[in-house]
Ligand binder design. Structure first.
Ligand code: GLA
Length: 391
């Protein structure tokens, strides 16, 4: 009997030691680049090295972007020992070499697989090889792992991802774990203990309707996010050409208000000055990266016109006015009321406007208020983003 109890206790201790995620990573939403949105299966060593070079030198690294993530299609098969085989034509020096290269630029390296038997593009998935792959990734120097949900047939999402989390933890290298099951099994309810970010919807496309419809689906999810655990409304499309610069500013602002991961998905080697001015807006990025780690909530919803509030550290806050409609809107904005409003059910304490400066984060200017209420013009599909900073 004693023996049985001892074994049971030992098993419990083992489970509690192995069943956890790394807790010191992704304390603010991860920032980086992923190959999928622009390049899909057209990935190669040259491409990835080029993106690392670009990120390290074009100002992105300086404002906080760090992960270079290869999405689907880098893998072709498994060898006789079940080891994953890299596409040798596209990645002639293998993944360790590439990881070392990315690290040599002061950046971090990410990779992709799938919880099912095959990836979405039909490459070998992780099913049955979770621990083996996790050891391989740790050996290569992987820092970020995106795990998809194709070809999972009858698998249970929560236990599949817990198994992979445990595999990563056992392999011993802290790896940001990005769960990509498209919100199908309400990951926000269970993934906080499992991964560092979880997709909340299907895939984004590079157009206004797709972007804004994904944004609309984030409304009730704020309470699930926080340091180390983020809702992921999918990667950015900024710079891919399907939206206007104003729409990309809106896309970027909304993602930052949501404390979403900021994973660029454009060609970093060919960025227009407009694309740079969006992806490198430090003041907007600072909202996303705020250490309080709170996702914005919707404070006023007049359909096409909404006001979102994001509580920030140090009793500060960000306010975003959004015009989703195809028409220009002129709205009366009461800054004293916005200062007072809590912004969500456990939002910031009410603030007195006179103790704060208000800054327009796209105009890069302080707002001078003669009256506390002013009329603001919002062009179609645009935002105004204000930061209330303590005087
Ligand atoms: C799914 C994911 C995408 C991308 C592709 C790759 O659709 O949601 O983000 O990773 O698979 O095949």
């Amino acid at each position: 009997m004693k023996k049985i109890i001892l074994i049971a206790v030992a098993a419990l201790i083992f489970v509690s030691v192995s069943a956890q995620k790394f807790d010191k990573i992704a304390r603010t939403p991860p920032m980086g680049w992923n190959s999928w949105n622009k390049f899909a299966c057209n990935v190669s060593e040259t491409l990835i090295m080029g993106m690392a070079d670009a990120m390290a030198t074009n100002g992105m690294k300086d404002v906080g972007y760090e992960y270079i993530v290869i999405d689907d299609c880098w893998q072709v098969s498994r060898d006789e020992n079940g080891e994953i085989v890299v596409d040798k034509d596209r990645f002639p020096h293998g993944m360790k070499y590439l990881a070392d290269y990315v690290h040599s630029k002061g950046l971090k390296f990410g990779i992709y697989s799938c919880a099912g038997s095959k990836t979405c593009e039909g490459r070998p998935g992780a099913l049955g090889h979770e621990y083996q792959d996790a050891r391989t990734y740790a050996k290569w120097g992987v820092d970020y792992f995106k795990c998809d949900w194709c070809n999972t047939t009858t698998q249970d999402a929560k236990s599949s991802y817990i198994n992979i989390r445990n595999a990563l933890f056992t392999a011993g290298r802290p790896i940001v774990f990005s769960i990509c099951e498209w919100g199908a099994n309400k990951p926000w309810e269970w993934a906080g203990e499992v991964g560092n970010l979880w997709r909340t919807t299907g895939d984004i496309s590079d157009n206004w309707n797709s972007m804004i419809s994904i944004f609309n689906q984030q409304k009730d999810l704020a309470r699930y996010a926080g340091p180390g655990k983020w809702n992921d409304p999918d990667m950015l499309e900024v710079g891919n050409g399907g939206m206007t610069t104003e729409e990309y500013k809106t896309h970027f602002s909304l993602w930052c208000m949501l404390a979403a991961p900021l994973i660029a998905g454009n060609d970093l080697q060919n960025m227009t000055p407009e694309t740079k001015s969006v992806l490198l807006n430090k003041e907007i990025i600072a909202l996303d990266q705020d250490t309080l780690g709170r996702q914005a909530t919707c404070f006023r919803d007049n359909g096409d016109y909404q006001i979102w509030i994001k509580p920030l550290a140090n009793q500060e806050k960000a306010v975003c006015l959004l015009n989703k409609s195809d028409e220009k809107k002129t709205v009366l904005v009461d800054f004293a009321l916005l200062a007072q409003s809590r912004g969500g059910r456990n939002g910031s304490a009410p603030m007195k406007l006179e103790n704060y400066t208000v800054r327009d984060l796209w105009d890069h200017k302080e707002v001078t208020l003669k009256e506390t209420s002013v009329y603001v013009d919002l062009m179609p599909h645009t935002v105004k983003v204000y930061r209330f900073t303590r005087k």
